[in-house]
Design a protein. Structure first.
Length: 645
């Protein structure tokens, strides 16, 4: 038995009090399964304020195009703001904003409603109507959330583009969505330096081939920027002068809420479309069931940027619709020092922290004495998202950050799924380091073999989703064929997620990596996640990425790229030691043919490793599309270290 398998039996029961107070109890699984449509209808009526009730729960007469909560009418912004104010919670803090340079601002629900109303009035002035699209290209500042809610209030769809993306990425997204207005800022703070945003917007619009009529500019850094009279307006002026009263309309349950591009980890990003009623229902249900949301007492902090789906569902819509107090932080975890996150947890008494494994591994690398300096006892629940979390990082997160008292919810989901799909219910299940465990109540997933007809064996197979779900994507924007082809053509009436997974003897799900990345070495299927997890469990390694490279003798060969810990020697001996470690830990077949020691790995802005670029390097090809890469110089550095080794 390998070390990795032995660890799978280790579980952590929820603390007694946590289990007793949990919003959702064990019977929920069975109740939901008995009649999943009634279950979702019941959740929706309980959690969402419908202005007009829906009739049919699901219309699936034209698969894969679903309609949920047919005929119902709602306003998502009303659900995030007005209803809390009407219920007497207008004085509750909605957002505690922490800027990277140390500035902070707070908004109560009543204040946030006023800001969103002013912005909605401004957008109306600029000609935005229900059914239009607005592009949002902002840093992580409250105006990003305010802009999204203002669009939702008007029934216009937003398309948020990461502030770190290039003008080309912005331009193609503006054109694809036919956006009429762009909301941006002069710049933002990243690693203490002001970086500029507005010039990228000017560049994106300079070709004259976009439908953009107006650009609304937030002043964040005060840096000098170019100005196009008649097109550009300062947010402070326009929004500042607008009325803070705005009567909202109610829209159909299937009215578009947003278009958002996937992270681009496996290829060209896809423009995913989400609508309102089903999306809000499942996002709210996951707040209640997975995050065990207690709006009166919790302080929620999701560290994701609003530029990816985690920021949409668990910064903007989920926490606010649930009436939570949350923290929003603009910058990086190590500015101005490596304890910044923990300082913020202490300052705001954060109870629920939601972060990506890559960030957790980075904090591990900095050493536990860093978080050790802060009071983290307010925390009661931790979450992980974005990639498989290796057991080593899970245990560190549990012990050092969670003080062994906080359950960890490892949440598997995608831009396409809109909300959590697979995650433990923290008050019900005993959690297992490295496993996302089970679909949430109301969701049905399977792990199947290549034919799709049989359950996969112990070596794993393909993850599929059996039934429509409320927050499912409604399509790829303007491309119904790609929608069908990408997700629904492999198996009939079944959603193909593109991820490899396996179930253990308890039926719990472990993610193995992208199906595209699964390696086939001399006829053995090997998972990237398993080998990476073994590598990072070695004390000399802090980060690892594994790819299968074409090989004459074995079909494919395992090639590993590793970042070593501070003070470890970059030598052929270290590389050899790591090869032997994997061979011993998992088996000789998994032993990497090559281990390249590198100083950085190619990651998306949301922190995912782009293995396809490493595969290009391993196979001596020119590297492919790097548009969504966080730092474009990384690939050159890697090619240099590889050439040298
Ligand atoms: P693209 O689809 O453009 O290649 P992407 O798949 O990285 O990019 P996202 O929608 O941001 O875009 O990411 C979803 C993917 O992230 C999932 O399919 C899965 O591979 C991975 N993922 C997310 N959460 C988890 C998790 N908890 N465990 C394992 N993998 C996860
Ligand atoms: Mg994907």
């Amino acid at each position: 038995m390998t070390e990795t398998t032995a660890e799978q039996t280790e579980t952590f029961a929820p603390p007694e009090q946590f289990a007793a107070d949990a919003n959702v109890k064990a019977d929920e699984y069975e109740r939901a399964e008995a009649d999943y449509l009634s279950f979702w209808a019941e959740q929706s009526r309980e959690l969402v304020d419908w202005n007009e009730d829906f009739g049919e729960v699901l219309d699936w007469t034209n698969p894969p195009f679903a309609k949920w909560f047919v005929g119902g009418k709602l306003n998502v912004a009303f659900n995030c703001l007005d209803r809390h104010v009407i219920a007497g919670n207008g004085d509750r803090v909605a957002i505690n904003f922490e800027g990277e340079p140390g500035d902070s601002r707070s908004f109560t629900y009543a204040q946030l409603l006023a800001e969103v109303s002013k912005t909605a009035n401004t957008l109306t002035e600029l000609g935005v109507k229900a059914g239009d699209r607005v592009a949002i290209y902002l840093p992580m500042i409250p105006e990003a959330i305010i802009s999204m809610l203002a669009c939702a209030r008007l029934g216009a769809a937003h398309s948020v583009v990461f502030g770190g993306f290039s003008s080309d990425a912005l331009r193609s997204r503006i054109i694809d969505a036919e956006a009429r207005v762009v909301i941006t800022a002069d710049g933002s703070y990243r690693r203490t330096k002001p970086t500029s945003l507005k010039p990228a917007v000017d560049e994106a619009l300079s070709h004259g081939d976009t439908p953009v009529e107006h650009v609304l500019v937030v002043k964040r850094t005060g840096q000098d920027i170019d100005w196009v009279d008649g097109r550009d307006q300062w947010w402070e002026q326009s929004v500042g002068q607008a009325s803070d009263q705005h009567e909202c309309e109610f829209f159909d349950s299937e009215n578009p809420l947003f278009i958002l591009y996937t992270s681009g980890t496996t290829g060209k990003p896809k423009g995913i479309l989400h609508t309102t009623g089903g999306y809000l229902t499942q996002v709210l249900y996951s707040m209640k069931a997975v995050f065990d949301a207690k709006p009166e007492t919790d302080v929620f902090w999701c560290t994701a940027d609003v530029g990816w789906v985690t920021g949409h569902s668990y910064v903007t819509y989920g926490p606010l619709a649930a009436g939570m107090t949350q923290v929003v932080y603009e910058g990086t975890p190590d500015t101005p020092h490596q304890g910044r996150w923990w300082e913020i947890v202490e300052k705001y008494k954060v109870t629920t922290l939601y972060a990506a494994p890559t960030a957790i591994r980075t904090c591990m690398k900095w050493g536990e004495e860093v978080p050790g300096k802060y009071d983290l006892t307010s925390l009661r629940l931790l979450g992980s998202v974005g990639e498989p979390i290796n057991p080593e990082a899970w245990r560190w997160y549990h012990r050092v950050i969670g003080g062994e008292r906080c359950p960890i919810v490892d949440t598997w989901w995608q831009t396409e799924t809109g909300a959590h799909m697979i995650a433990p219910l923290p008050g019900v299940l005993s959690t297992k380091p490295g496993s996302s465990q089970r679909p949430i109540p109301g969701i049905s997933v399977d792990v199947v073999d290549d034919s799709g007809e049989n359950p996969a064996g112990p070596e794993g197979g393909l993850l599929v989703i059996r039934r429509p779900w409320p927050s499912m994507l409604r399509g790829i924007w303007k491309d119904p064929e790609r929608f069908k082809e990408t997700y629904w053509s492999r198996f009939e009436d079944t959603y193909f997620a593109g991820d490899g997974a396996r179930r253990d003897d308890d039926g719990d799900i472990w993610f193995l990596g992208r199906v595209d990345d699964v390696m086939n070495v001399s006829g053995h299927r090997l998972s990237t996640a398993e080998i990476e997890s073994s590598l990072v469990a070695h004390p000399k390694v802090t980060e690892a990425a594994v790819v299968g490279a074409a090989d004459e003798t074995s079909g494919q060969a395992v090639v590993a790229f590793v970042i070593i810990a501070n003070g470890v020697e970059d030598s052929p001996e270290t590389a050899e030691e790591l090869r032997q470690h994997v061979g011993k830990d998992i088996g000789p077949i998994a032993k990497p043919k090559k281990v390249h020691i590198v100083t950085d790995l190619p990651k998306t802005r949301s922190g995912k490793i782009m293995r396809r670029l490493l595969k290009d390097v391993a196979e001596n090809r020119e590297v492919g599309n790097t548009m969504t890469l966080a730092d474009s110089s990384v690939m050159e550095t890697i090619e240099k270290s590889v050439a040298k080794s």
